[in-house]
Design a protein around this ligand. Structure first.
Ligand code: BGC
Length: 430
């Protein structure tokens, strides 16, 4: 890193700066997936349906044009298992061709693709077999990964097997309970995000230990399949980092709380090629467990405390658990707010905490903001995380000021080193 008179930390060569989406949240009409079934069940606990989402299934070239035009050099997007294998063993060649075109499209626009194979949604048939609790889940997922390798061979380097396995294990319990309570079907869980904050707060549920083991098995089986099919692939997974902070005297309680909810999933990544950090806020742990958001603290549209430093703390914690030989990619970080100035302020603070970790020698290779677009937030369109707004009727895209600001940083290859460096925005409630 060369010293410079201009403000901000010069990013290492090849550093990825971009934004993220997931297939179900932006594509629309993901009709063969278990989440679609859950949303459309009579009396479903899912308040709002995904419907057309941002129609990115058709509009991905426009999304990529915007991202590269803004100055970004990377785009994390998902490929959808339910489209690629809508029925067990039946591969849709059209879906494979669609995603191959997306990979080529990203590369042609100078965007390094970071591709997620599973982002909360599974094919309906997989859930009906028991989902991650099915004894065949690792084999079924590895078979899908082998098919996905055909897409990845178009030029993908970074592939994530499963997004936030720790949230899936946690939500398994919650979704099953909610489906049972609303009388909808057999209670087989979709494994999604839903009321994620509530799942972690006071009265939080336990992650399902069987699902945890199954996810680790599936990750390993898929990684082996991907390495065999595409030796150049760099395989990892992305973990929800909750930044569990111990109140004085609660260190042991916090460590015991964090272990099944986060650290076992990080430990499982010690042999991986990279690890994805996804951090938004912190969770304070007292002697009796999780504490509510501090009184008077600013919160976002998802009810999370505005706490940008979470990113640097998550990066350092992750690197400490996985070890220095596994590079870190920030695959999600962002804020649900209608106040775009606050998005810039928050992201400035988050990037400053990332810069400090980089300065201290942590091997961070990229920052992918959540999210590229305003999108379907697992049951509601209300929390808006996007750098780019999307009109729900015309699907017209409009980059926000934050998109131009972050894109300019990407183009300049610099990030703020001080939380106060935001261009004139003051923190306030989202
Ligand atoms: C998930 C995204 C979600 C975001 C904001 C992450 O946990 O991977 O799908 O939209 O958080 O809630």
């Amino acid at each position: 890193m060369t010293p410079s008179t201009e403000p901000g930390l010069v990013l290492p060569d090849g550093f990825l700066m971009g934004a993220s989406t997931s297939a179900h949240q932006v594509e629309g009409n993901n009709v063969s997936s278990d989440w679609w079934a859950l949303e459309n069940r009579p009396g479903s606990f899912v308040a709002e349906r995904s419907g057309d989402a941002a129609d990115s299934f058709h509009r991905w070239p426009e999304d990529m044009d915007l991202l590269s035009g803004l100055g970004f050099n990377a785009y994390r997007f998902g490929i959808e298992w339910a489209r690629i294998e809508p029925e067990r063993g039946q591969v849709s060649r059209a879906a494979v061709a669609h995603y191959r075109a997306m990979v080529r499209g990203a590369l042609e626009r100078g965007l390094t693709p970071v591709v997620t194979l599973h982002h909360f949604t599974s094919p309906r048939w997989f859930s009906e077999l028991g989902g991650w609790t099915s004894p065949e889940s690792d084999e079924l997922f590895a078979a899908y990964a082998r098919t996905a390798a055909e897409i990845l061979r178009e030029g993908v380097r970074y592939v994530a097997t499963i997004n936030e396995p720790n949230m899936i294990a946690l939500m398994h319990t919650l979704v099953r309970r909610a489906v049972r309570d609303t009388g909808g079907g057999d209670g087989s869980p979709a494994g999604g995000h839903g009321e994620g904050a509530a799942a972690l707060g006071p009265g939080a549920v336990e992650p399902d230990a069987e699902v945890t083991r199954a996810l680790i098995r599936a990750h390993r089986a898929a990684s082996a399949a991907l390495k065999e099919a595409g030796p150049g692939l760099r395989v990892g997974w992305t973990v929800a980092n909750q930044v569990y902070q111990a109140e004085p005297g609660a260190e042991e309680v916090a460590a015991a709380y964090a272990r099944p909810r986060e650290d076992v999933f990080l430990e499982a990544a010690r042999e991986d090629d990279w690890i994805g950090v996804q951090a938004y806020t912190r969770h304070r742990i007292g002697p009796d467990g999780p504490l509510p958001v501090p009184e008077g603290a600013a919160t976002t549209l998802t009810g999370w405390e505005v706490y940008p430093e979470a990113l640097g703390e998550a990066i350092r914690h992750t690197a400490g658990v996985v070890g220095p030989h596994v590079p870190v990619l920030v695959t999600e970080n962002g804020i649900a707010t209608d106040d775009d100035g606050l998005r810039i302020t928050y992201t400035t603070g988050a990037l400053a905490s990332l810069a400090s970790a980089l300065r201290d020698g942590v091997d961070v290779r990229g920052y992918l903001h959540w999210s590229a677009l305003d999108n379907y937030e697992w049951g509601s369109y209300r929390p808006r995380f996007g750098l780019i707004s999307v009109d729900p009727h015309t699907f017209a895209r409009e980059p926000k000021e934050s998109a131009r600001w972050l894109g300019a940083l990407a183009r300049a290859g610099r990030i703020p080193e001080h939380p106060a460096a935001a261009p004139g925005a003051l923190p306030c409630a989202g």
